[in-house]
Design a protein around this ligand. Sequence first.
Ligand SMILES: O=C(O)CCC(=O)C1=CC=C[C@@H](O)[C@@H]1C(=O)O
Ligand SMILES: [Mg+2]
Length: 338
Amino acid sequence: MGGRPLPVPDLHDVISSARVVSIPMRVKFRGVLEREALLVEGPVGWGEFCPFLEYDDVESAPWLACALEAAWHGFPAPVRTSIPVNATVPAVEPGRVEMVLTRFGRVGAVKIKVAERGQSLADDVARVAEVRRLLPDAGIKLDANGGWSTDEALAAVDAMARFDLQYVEQPVADIPGLRTVRLEVQRRGYGVLVAADESVRRQEDPLLVAREDAADLLVIKAPPLGGVRRALEIIAQAGLPAVVSSALDTSVGIRAGVALAAALPELPYACGLATVSLMAGDVTQSSLMPDAGSLPVRDVAVSRTRLERFAAAPERTRWWLERLRRTHAVLSGVRMGS
Ligand SMILES: O=C(O)CCC(=O)C1=CC=C[C@@H](O)[C@@H]1C(=O)O
Ligand SMILES: [Mg+2]
């Protein structure tokens, strides 16, 4: 698809600068309490390779392409200087919502995790109600990570539309289900939109959801799509509004998301790029954290001291370097951006 593939640097050059970090989370997020990432330094800066641990090498290959783009090629020209961002509230109990929100400072929008395994609709309603109570004017979006059936998704929208929701992200797992939920929510007249996330980033064809008219907007993460340039192409071809979101990365990975959001011709919603606020550390002294609801579009200077402080245990470092070797082999076979 699209533009000229970027050359993949030699494994030796990639591995020689690789550093593995393990950063504790302040709040458990998607089951993760320690976020591990491998950072590489190339001729133009640092890149972050942090596919989730359960991903295989083929699924991880575009994540490496994204890291190598950042470190060896840099980013396309920005069209804006700051990016509006949302706070992200994990599936915590209502009593912890205020503490989580405090970490983000003043924001104009909040994304709330719902449909967590082991929790009920009543738990979701209580969490969303608490956010609405604390922030009466904020834009609210929900993210179910595909955790509902279509009936459950419709019941959830019935129960929570009164909180004035902007959109529900990936209410159900599959594309036909997403389309059903989208059309039925539209028919019920709630004015709540349906966004696709996993149906773009974990789908062999990231454009299928758009072709099937199954979503009103796309939530886009640069790493699973193979980097900023490739993500820009996919968004342009999809022809739908896009919200750029993080992969729960350090400020180095967030920088790629910021570059993507900065290069998009339109940016109608706050982006999910404030997640460094959920972490208890970073690899830079000047983290990409929100100030008055926005992130600046700027580079990130990596601190050697912090790479040391958060260095992963030797066996985890070995595991990541092996993963890097295997993924590099996959990527060299398919070429970046192809
Ligand atoms: O979009 C946001 O507000 C923050 C990022 C975020 O929610 C996610 C980051 C990484 C993994 C995902 O489970 C999750 C998501 O599903 O969007
Ligand atoms: Mg999501």
